[in-house]
Structure formats: C-alpha cells, structure tokens
Design a protein around this ligand. Structure first.
Ligand code: PGA
Length: 255
C-alpha cells in the first residue's frame, strides 16, 4: 500500500513571521494524521528556519529546485549537497514554472533528478501538459515524453526512489483543477509506462496530483486508485486548507 504524501509548494512566498505561524499550525495538526506523510518545500533562504521549526515534528521539508551540479562556478545556483545539509528530504524538480520561465529542458530535469538522488534526497519530478496541448489531444504524448526523459536519466533502480507529480499546467494557480477522471486517466498512463520498466516499481511509486488542489476537491482526487497524494501550491500557504488536504489524504488512505 502506497503511503499518501501531501507536499506544500510555497513558491516565492513567505516571511519569517508568516512562516513561523504557518509551520506551528501545520506541525501541531499533522500529528492527527499519522497515516499521511506531509512536507513543505520552502524558498532557499527559509530552509534554516523551516529546519529549526519542523525538526522533531512529523512534517518533512524540502526545496523547490536544485542545481544539477554539486559545486563550482555557478553563480546564483544552489547545490544539492547544500540542500542536504539543511536536512531537505524532498526537492521539486522540473516544475512547469521552471520549465517555462527558466527554459528547463527534459534533459536538464533528468540531470537534476539524478543530482538530487545522488545527494540522498528524493526528487519530486513534475510532468504536465499545457491547455493547448490538452485541447490538441497531445496530453499522453507530452507526459510520456517528459516521463521517458526521467526514465532514461535514472534507470529502474534509481527510479524506484522518486516521486512523480502530474501537474496539468492549465490547472496550476487557476482555480480550475483537473476532474478526478481526467487526473486518474493521466496517472494510470504514467503508472502503465513505469510498469513497462518494472511492474513492482510501478506498484510502489507515488504519483501526486497538483493544480488547484483545495480542501473541496482533494477527497475526490485522492480517492482515485492511481492518485497517491498531492503537490499543493496556493492552499499550502493557508494552514487550515493545507491541514484539510492532509485530512482528505488520511480518509483516502483508510478507505
Ligand atoms: P496550485 O499550484 O495548487 O496553486 O495550483 C500547484 C503547484 O504549482 O505545485
């Protein structure tokens, strides 16, 4: 049985004061939902604060990006070895905002996933199509291409240690989430592709849904057989909403 995972992606939001309130509320509530694994991915400057406030709680933490290099002349970059020193458990890799705004290619996303894994952390690798691609009937083709790049970069053994996040770009920050059926169809496709590499691996790997996840839609999405939790943007900045999504994860896990 795959353990439900709910991860907050704060994006470029936060302040010392806001983070302290948010983390206190989340970590005190998370103990009520022991069957769900939860984590927050904070901006780099707040990782020390997040580590201090979450150490000893059930909530894990991570980063939203990493360099594919471990050290060197890469001004402005942050290395996976540094993220490891801050106790990061997860690193989001290939978020659509990185792919679109920072021109990250499938190959670069693969290299980042390798770097994160080889530094002892778990990459959460994002895939997903644009609205144009969906309307043109290209969703399967786009998601398969993105996934195949990860499979090629990692190989079967390393692949067993990643989390995949399906985030349709048209659903991110728009208030328009994929329907449970739409999301399930793509999650099933992803799992089927992974089964082509290794059937056991496909059974075990967690595939998260992301894109306008809210307390009101999380239950129906998490009830789908191939949806193993969520990557939550906007709602992860509101403690009550994030906790309600974790609670939906617990209900799905026990159902
Ligand atoms: P959203 O963002 O929940 O605000 O749509 C999700 C994400 O980008 O990870």
């Amino acid at each position: 049985m795959r353990r439900t995972l709910v991860v907050g992606n704060w994006k470029m939001h936060g302040s010392f004061a806001d983070n302290a309130d948010l983390l206190a509320a989340i970590s005190s509530q998370a103990t009520r939902f022991p069957e769900v694994e939860s984590a927050v991915c904070a901006p780099f400057p707040y990782l020390a604060q997040v580590r201090e406030l979450l150490a000893g709680t059930p909530v894990k933490w991570g980063a939203q990006n990493s360099s594919e290099h471990v050290a060197g002349a890469y001004t402005g970059e942050v290395s996976p070895a540094m993220l490891r020193e801050f106790g990061c458990h997860y690193v989001i890799v290939g978020h659509s905002e990185r792919r679109t705004l920072h021109h990250e290619t499938d190959a670069l996303v693969g290299a980042k996933a390798v770097a994160v894994l080889s530094n002892g952390m778990t990459p959460i690798v994002c895939v997903g199509e644009t609205l144009d691609e969906r309307e043109a009937g290209h969703t399967a083709q786009v998601v398969t291409r993105q996934l195949d790049a990860i499979i090629a970069a990692l190989g079967a053994d390393a692949l067993a240690r990643v989390v995949i996040a399906y985030e349709p770009i048209w659903a991110i920050g728009t208030g328009r989430s994929a329907s449970p059926e739409q999301a399930q169809a793509v999650h099933a496709l992803i799992r089927q592709r992974l089964a082509g590499v290794d059937a056991g691996l496909a059974d075990d790997i967690r595939i998260l849904y992301g894109g306008s996840l809210k307390p009101g839609n999380a239950g129906a999405l998490f009830a789908q057989p191939d949806i193993d939790g969520g990557l939550v943007g906007g709602a992860s900045l509101v403690a009550a909403d994030f906790v309600a999504i974790i609670m939906a994860g617990q209900s799905a896990q026990s159902a």
